[in-house]
Design a protein around this ligand. Structure first.
Ligand SMILES: Cc1cc2nc3c(=O)[nH]c(=O)nc-3n(C[C@H](O)[C@H](O)[C@H](O)COP(=O)(O)O)c2cc1C
Length: 204
């Protein structure tokens, strides 16, 4: 194998090439499929792979939302208006529907309907969850942070409640990743499923 290295300064690249480099280097990325509701009650759902869990108690998650033609995406607008969102986890059965909801639909288009997705009511927040999602996290917005010098905005939210398909829960309270069959994003149109799962004991 050739281990020769190449060094690249992102600001030397065309921004599109720099973006492609970043999202193909930071892989696989989990997908947060965020449902939100506007002040007028309109429903929205869209996938975000700039998504992660960022803290322990209180449990906090983050999505980072770019702009569309200089305007905030609907997810950010709704999070600002109503301060709530639900993160649905995408399994292999839901991948195609998730992809449909990433279309650049107008604000008044309900992507749940577009993708043929049934909703289920949330308990502590207004935006509904995806009924078929194996896991959903009801979240309250805690911080909205512009990412310096970029067009992105980070939305941080506190997890108020989990909805979990009971067959996925192990006796120790963790979710069985193999049974979950999560879908992750790579770059371009590429996605990944879970590969080999292995264990390592932490050093004392
Ligand atoms: C798998 C996947 C991951 C995505 N990740 C992001 C992301 O992290 N940030 C972002 O701004 N857009 C991301 N997008 C694009 C948005 O889903 C898309 O712009 C969507 O239309 C935004 O919807 P909204 O205007 O209803 O919020 C992603 C799309 C896909 C298919």
């Amino acid at each position: 194998m050739n281990h020769e290295m190449i060094s690249i300064v992102p600001t030397d690249l065309d921004p599109r090439d720099a973006y492609r480099l970043l999202i193909s280097a930071v892989v696989p990325r989990p997908i947060g499929w965020a449902s939100t509701q506007g002040a007028d009650g309109s429903l929205n759902i869209a996938p975000f792979s700039f998504f992660n869990a960022v803290s322990n108690m209180p449990l906090t998650v983050m999505i980072s939302v770019g702009q569309r033609r200089g305007q905030p995406k609907d997810t950010l607008r709704n999070a600002q208006e109503t301060g709530e969102f639900v993160i649905n986890i995408v399994d292999e059965d839901l991948a195609a529907a998730m992809n449909i909801t990433s279309g650049e639909w107008a604000y008044d288009v309900n992507e749940f309907d577009r993708a043929g997705l049934a909703t289920a009511p949330s308990i502590d927040v207004k935006p509904p969850r995806v009924a078929a999602a194996p896991i959903a996290l009801e979240c309250k917005v805690t911080q909205i942070i512009p990412v310096q010098d970029t067009t992105y905005t980070m939305i941080l939210g506190r997890v108020l409640r989990f909805h979990i398909r009971s067959s996925l829960l192990r006796p120790n309270g963790a979710i069985d990743a193999t049974l979950l069959r999560p879908v992750a994003r790579l770059s371009g149109d590429e996605y990944a499923t879970l590969g080999r799962v292995f264990e390592m004991k932490r050093p004392a």
